[in-house]
Design a protein. Structure first.
Length: 242
C-alpha cells in the first residue's frame, strides 16, 4: 500500500465522518432556516415527481443495504447464507435498485440543467450534488460486472472487513483493499466524499426524515379538557395545533 491509499482509505474516512457529524450539528445550531430540501416542485412538478420517487426508492434501499451488508460481521449470518450467496443477493438487489436510483437522478439532473427557470433558482451545490450522485450510482452499477468475475464472495468480505475496521478504529484497514480494483476504490472514495459535503448541501434534510420516524412511537398526548374535572387522550395527529 502506498501513501495515497493509506490516506484515502485509512485517514480520509475519519475526516469525512467528523465533518459529516460536526458539520451537521453546527448547521442545525446556527442556520436552521437553511435546513430544508429546497424543493423546486412549484416550478415544474411532473418530472420531479417521477425522478424523485425513483431516486429515493433506489437510494434508500442502497443506503440501508450497504449499511447492514458491510457493517454486519460475517459470523452473524454465516449459518444462514454463505458469502458467495450473499454477494449474489447484493448484486441482484443492488442492480435493480441501483438502476431505479440512476434513472431517477438522471431525470432530476436533466430537469435541473435543461429548464432555465429551475437552473436560475438552483445553487451551485445543488448541481454539484446531483452530478456526484449520478457518478456514484454509475460507479456502483459498474462494480456489478466486476463482482461477477469472483462469485466466491472473497472481495465482498474484504470490503466489509475494511468498513468494519474503520468503524471499530482497528489498524490495518487500508491493507484489506490491496487487491480491490480501481472502480471499487473510486466508488468508495466518492461515497465518503458525499458524506464530506453532506452538511453543506440540501442533504441535511435526510436527518429530518429519520427524526420524523420518532413520531411513530411517540405516546399520545394527555390534554386537559376545558370542562372542569375531565381529561381526554387524543392522538397527536388529531391535535396538530397543540
Amino acid at each position: 500500500m502506498n501513501y495515497l491509499d493509506n490516506f484515502l482509505f485509512g485517514l480520509y474516512p475519519y475526516i469525512c465522518l467528523t465533518v459529516f457529524l460536526l458539520g451537521s450539528l453546527m448547521r442545525f445550531d446556527r442556520d436552521q432556516y437553511t435546513w430544508k430540501s429546497d424543493s423546486s416542485q412549484l416550478l415544474r412538478p411532473g418530472q420531479l415527481r417521477l425522478g424523485s420517487n425513483l431516486f429515493h426508492v433506489g437510494v434508500l434501499f442502497l443506503f440501508f443495504g450497504h449499511t447492514f451488508g458491510m457493517l454486519t460481521p460475517h459470523f452473524v449470518y454465516e449459518h444462514f447464507i454463505s458469502a458467495g450467496n450473499k454477494q449474489l443477493v447484493a448484486m441482484v438487489s443492488g442492480g435493480v435498485f441501483g438502476v431505479l436510483g440512476f434513472i431517477g437522478v438522471t431525470i432530476l439532473l436533466h430537469r435541473r440543467l435543461s429548464d432555465e427557470r429551475i437552473r436560475a433558482n438552483s445553487k451551485t451545490s445543488d448541481i454539484v450534488l446531483l452530478v456526484l450522485l449520478w457518478l456514484q450510482l454509475a460507479l456502483g452499477l459498474a462494480t456489478i460486472p466486476l463482482s461477477a468475475q469472483h462469485l466466491d464472495g472473497g472481495m465482498m468480505m474484504k470490503l466489509a472487513g475494511w468498513a468494519q475496521s474503520i468503524m471499530t478504529f482497528q489498524a490495518g484497514a487500508p491493507e484489506l483493499l490491496a487487491e480491490a480494483g480501481f472502480i471499487f476504490k473510486m466508488h468508495m472514495f466518492l461515497g465518503m466524499s458525499i458524506f464530506l459535503i453532506f452538511p453543506f448541501t440540501r442533504l441535511v434534510h435526510v436527518w429530518s426524515g429519520f427524526g420524523a420516524a420518532a413520531y411513530l412511537v411517540r405516546p399520545y398526548q394527555v390534554v386537559r379538557s376545558r370542562r372542569v374535572g375531565m381529561t381526554e387522550t387524543t392522538p397527536l395527529s388529531q391535535r396538530r395545533g397543540s
